[in-house]
Write a protein that binds this ligand. Structure first.
Ligand SMILES: Nc1ncnc2c1ncn2[C@@H]1O[C@H](COP(=O)(O)OP(=O)(O)OP(=O)(O)O)[C@@H](O)[C@H]1O
Ligand code: NI
Length: 353
């Protein structure tokens, strides 16, 4: 009976996550200390969805994403814990061989610096064709045709000529478009983009964001790291806010921008001045390793914020998908004060202008 119900509920199946991350922990061993770069991170990405990760520099955004497909350099990093399920299969602990076949095939990465994806000694066409061929999408003339159409799709003018040029013949913004074309060559289910617009100038940034926006209309799910809240406002379906290796708040973009509930999210949004700047953590001292990581900087910190695991996630009124890891929202807390502040924080309409 119950199995029958399961197999007939199409809506249940379509909301099955594409990527499911549960309790991810990645440590980094340096000469001086053991950094808990990712310290118990849990989130899902659904098919076709765009999820943005925001948070100050060093909060663990990149290490989180790089831990998923094993591209985080190990050592010094060590993925010590966590269950990662992709497309119904566990991929944590997968062999390097399996992970390599997942990367670029089902999960593609785009980096801040397109050089990471491009080989200077091959034409861009050769590189896109190779990506297409490896993943068995097409071969020979058909692969070349598909490469040209991918270059057009990412907005490279005169694609049928430029396909035979080398990476150095392209500008920075165009190189990033080529890197995106390579990432798309395998028709991945998930695109992980780590600050893909940071290394290019502002006008090019806007165009790349426009391109990403077009891609968000496709079936491809996107996990996007960005410091730019305007990008979040225009692209995200859901947002994850990270602080000190933990997610402190998560929710649909509209709810999270209208009611930034966690005191850290409030501080992050409030200090946002329209620039995708990086704040300097070193000026503000160490982050606690237990309890609420933000308590040292939090105007509402109480003794209950200390010790143990990070606070549980509590729902924000009116939206069950919007949750916050903060004791003030728990059964023994009083969120009134914090929520009052939420109303005074820059709204998304301000930042997205
Ligand atoms: N190779 C490494 N060696 C030593 N420490 C590292 C290394 N990579 C990351 N870390 C540390 O791990 C923590 C998380 O880094 P991560 O790169 O994930 O931050 P981030 O949120 O992506 O920051 P940014 O916004 O600056 O990209 C930081 O304290 C960082 O210094
Ligand atoms: Ni990063």
């Amino acid at each position: 009976m119950s199995s029958n119900a399961d197999s007939t509920t199409v809506s249940t199946r379509s909301t099955e996550p594409l990527l499911s991350v549960d309790g991810l922990r990645t440590h980094i061993e340096t000469d001086r200390e053991l950094i808990r770069a990712v310290d118990g991170v849990t989130f899902d990405v659904h098919p076709g969805e765009t999820v943005c990760i925001v948070g100050e520099s060093g909060s663990g955004k990149s290490v989180t994403c790089e831990s998923l497909t094993g591209i985080v350099p190990q050592p010094p990093a060590d993925v010590v814990d966590g269950r990662i399920t992709f497309d119904g299969e566990r991929i944590d602990g997968a062999s390097e061989r399996d992970l390599r076949s997942i990367r670029g095939d089902k999960i593609a990465h785009i980096f801040q610096n397109p050089q990471q994806a491009l080989d200077p000694v091959y034409t861009v066409g050769d590189q896109i064709v190779e990506a297409i061929t490896i993943h068995g999408q097409a071969s020979g003339a058909a692969a070349r045709e598909r490469a040209i159409s991918l270059l057009r799709k990412v907005g490279i003018p005169r694609a049928d000529d430029r396909i035979d040029e080398y990476p150095h013949e392209f500008s920075g913004g165009m190189r990033q478009r080529v890197a995106i074309a390579i990432a798309l060559a395998a028709d991945p289910d998930l695109l992980i983009a780590d600050e893909p617009t940071t290394a290019v100038d502002v006008t090019v940034q806007a165009k790349l964001i426009e391109l990403l926006r077009e891609l968000t209309d496709d079936d491809t799910a996107i996990l996007l790291i960005t410091h730019d809240l305007r990008v979040v406002a225009s692209l995200a379906d859901r947002v994850l806010v990270m602080y000190g290796g933990t997610i402190v708040e998560r929710g649909p973009v509209s709810s999270l921008f209208s009611t930034p509930a966690h005191p850290y999210t409030q501080a992050l949004f409030d200090s946002y001045d329209g620039l995708s700047r990086r704040d300097d953590r070193s000026a503000r001292g160490d982050i606690p390793r237990d309890g609420c990581r933000f308590r040292g900087e939090c105007p509402y910190a109480e003794p209950t914020c200390e010790g143990g695991d990070q606070p549980d996630f509590f729902g924000i009124d009116g939206d069950p998908d919007h949750t916050v890891s903060c004791v003030h929202y728990g059964p023994d807390g009083d969120p009134t004060q914090v929520l009052d502040t939420a109303n005074e924080v820059h709204s998304v309409s301000e930042v997205s202008r």
